[in-house]
Design a protein around this ligand. Sequence first.
Ligand code: C2O
Ligand code: CU
Length: 469
Amino acid sequence: RTPRSGVVVAVAALVAGTAFAVTPPTAPAPPHRHEPVAGRSPGEPAKRFTLTAGTIHGAWAFNGQVPGPELAVTAGDVLEVTLRNRDIERGVTLHWHGYDVPNDQDGVPGMTQDAVRPGEQFVYRFLADQPGTYWYHTHSASDIGVRRGLYGVLVVRPGPSGTGCDLVAPAASLRQGAGPQAPGDRQPGPSEAAASDRACLDVTVPVHTLDGRLLPNPTTVPAAAGTPVRLRLINTDSTTHRYAVSGAPFRVVAIDGVDLAGPTPLENTALMIPAGGRFDVLATAPAALFVDGRLVHSTGPAASFADSRPAPSTGQDLAKLSAWPVLDPLTYGTTAPAPWSRIDRSLTLVLDRGVDLHGLLPRYAHTVNGAADPDIPAQVVRRDEIVKLTVVNRSLAVHPWHLHGHHVLVLSRNGKPASGSPLWLDSFDVRTGEVWEVAFRADNPGMWANHCHNLPHAEAGMTLHLMYS
Ligand code: C2O
Ligand code: CU
């Protein structure tokens, strides 16, 4: 009900000696690779999973659990997921949120496939070539489906040479507050090599409310001092969540599955994650570390992931955390020149609230360019065009915008050019009065959903389609 719930992620700090992530040497490349899986020989490595959707104690679950099983694969794997529907009458699909799959794997019913009805199945198959943090959810009756529990985590870990915590090095090899390092500047020091021998603690933290109730997160993971920790914070909810990582300096090393360039250490800074968005955080456990998610209450911080010595966050601690300033990703990290110097096409989305006259009594709809789904004309692009998308919010609500099949590069917000690391997003909050300019390369042909990820809004009109001519 409240526009923002908060989540506190507190990482225990028992000693002051801390370590920091090392800057990635180069700006991240655009995350667009869509290699067809079809041509690969049957002997290719494949990771197979089966997800069976069914009702259980009033929830809708995959394999009897909420969230569904975590699908963890390694870059280079072919991911094969068999979706079965036991008894969900509304039908089920799997959409790989943020993962830029070929169009026929995108899981949008009525567009890329039919919804899977009770007793039916559908097999998804694609190459896991985009390391990062993602999630999956049903796109059939998506609002109620996700709220009842049909979602889970998808993690693509880097190839055999990487652990996901590779960027973490002990303090000895990096000065605190040191600026971004020049390419080629980075030599792994002996202490860093030692660190990489240490097991990396790689924790996913999906946060969700179930029908307006906050779900406790049951994770409790102890970590020894010096352990590099990667927290994959995932907002699977329909509204913004606020996170605070306390106790150790940390870096936000990736957003929406794409590495950031030159992320600097942060402390006493909160993270606002839009609906559908993911922030990957790296920290080094300074001493015994516990990640412990718990339900607090629905208006302030929602859960805490706290060290349990001394006792986890009191109400007062949480109040302190919720007063922290919020990181602005548009000014965080190292700027790099835009990968394109031209714009081939400009599209505009004006988000508003209007009256939908389908019935005798008007009902309020969330509108795009003055119309509501299914009456919003599809927007059309040509393959390989560089497309600029301007998103204007004239309504009083926050709209977490989500384009399927593509990551967009943030150009500006409210006329102010993005000045931090190149930001490749698949989910971004457009607040009241804001104007976002983003751009993408039309490199993934098909017909794609383009919608607000506040799912009740999406179902009340705020959904359109992007097509390739
Ligand atoms: Cu995560 Cu169209 O959705
Ligand atoms: Cu919205």
